[in-house]
Design a protein around this ligand. Structure first.
Ligand code: SAM
Ligand code: SF4
Length: 344
């Protein structure tokens, strides 16, 4: 297994047009998923792209190789559900062996993680983030439209046993759906060494091109509210030093083994000023900003003969066109793709 990303290593990462160092690439390997979370995926599913339009693992490796040669150091595999794609362990092996890549991590819903944790770790995966919006089995079934909480908990145990630590749990907080569990999640960090990260719901669900509307029950709660509720019940949270350049602000309950993080894209002033990442969709689109629709298509380079120079030019163009901020407050919305089609 490779070591953790050394902050020193990111100093060689390229700057974008707003002088942010971009050291991190999130790669979506599929738009398929074995769950249907209410805030992410409509019940009837989405129009899936044909497999021939999805990047092969070799094509993903080629993009990451060029990115690494330009100074990007960390990669996260995501989706859709990355473990729903066959052979993901092979991709982890291919990417973690590339010169310059310091860390390969994975975002997963954890449903089949128990089966793969050991081999992922052996292939070079450093750690996992697991989505977990509730600690109640029935509620889990309803939020994910059919998932079994037990499978995820087994996956988390297997990840810890395989050394894929620290495990980070991503909790999207929704009013009336799981916001009453903020305290349970916070308390869980006292005895569990995991990191619970509360994420503000982002406005992906209503897509202009499909007319789909969010489930009426999915409503936003600010992380300020979540934090206030935790502090009122459990006392002041102690700020922790920053963890690399990630989007979370971390805190700890006194004496707790684990940590509590807040990812607040909608309410944290200066959130975008700390952005260090770009995204590659499963169909080969380089997306400078999660919440802005602008994309650079790498397919012509990958399949049309543009080669490594073409990929490099695509990355340079993405760096140059990365917006200073998401501008959701000014009415900007991601309209062309859902989170699941970008790679959350
Ligand atoms: N299937 C994997 C998973 O669930 O972790 C990886 C892909 S999923 C799209 C990545 C992350 O995006 C998850 O933590 C999920 O909760 C989050 N997510 C999806 N839709 C979101 C939204 N509208 N707002 C905030 N987070 C969202
Ligand atoms: Fe699937 Fe992850 Fe979206 Fe849930 S959040 S539907 S697990 S991609």
């Amino acid at each position: 297994m490779k070591g953790r990303a050394d902050p020193e290593m990111t100093s060689g990462a390229p700057l974008d047009a707003h002088e942010r160092r971009i050291s991190y690439l999130r790669v979506s390997v599929t738009d398929r998923c074995n769950l249907r979370c209410v805030y992410c995926m409509p019940q009837e599913g989405i129009d899936l792209v044909p497999m021939e339009d999805v990047l092969s693992y070799e094509e993903i490796r080629d993009v990451v190789r060029v990115a690494a040669s330009m100074g990007l150091r960390r990669v996260r595999l995501t989706g859709g559900e990355p473990l729903a794609r066959k052979g993901l362990v092979d991709l982890v092996g291919m990417i973690s062996a590339l010169p310059g890549i310091e860390e390969v991590a994975l975002s997963t819903n954890g449903i089949v993680l128990a089966r793969h944790a050991e081999s992922l770790a052996r292939a070079g995966l450093s750690r996992v983030n697991v989505s977990l919006d509730t600690l109640q089995p029935e509620r889990f079934r309803s939020i994910t439209r059919g998932g079994r909480l037990e499978d995820v908990l087994e996956g988390i145990d297997a990840a810890r046993a395989a050394g894929l630590t620290p495990v980070k749990l991503n909790v999207v907080v929704m009013q009336g759906m799981n916001d009453d569990e903020a305290l349970d999640f916070a308390r869980s960090t006292i005895d569990e060494d995991w990191q619970v990260r509360f994420i503000e719901l982002m406005p992906f669900t209503a897509l202009e091109n499909t007319g789909q509307q969010p489930a009426p029950s999915v409503a936003f709660v600010s992380n300020g509210t979540v934090r206030r509720r935790i502090e009122e019940a459990l006392g002041p949270l102690q700020p922790e030093s920053r963890d690399g350049n990630g989007p979370a602000r971390y805190y700890r309950l006194p004496g707790a083994k684990g940590r509590i993080g807040f990812i607040s894209p909608l309410t944290e002033e200066g959130f975008c000023g700390r952005c260090n990442r770009m995204r590659l969709t499963a169909t080969g689109k380089l997306r400078p900003c999660l919440l802005t629709d602008h994309e650079i298509d790498l397919m012509p380079s990958l399949r049309g003969g543009g080669g490594e120079d073409g990929i490099r030019r695509g990355i340079v163009a993405a760096l140059a066109s990365k917006p200073d901020a998401h501008h959701l407050g000014d009415g900007n919305r991601p309209r062309r793709r859902r989170m699941i089609q970008i790679g959350g």
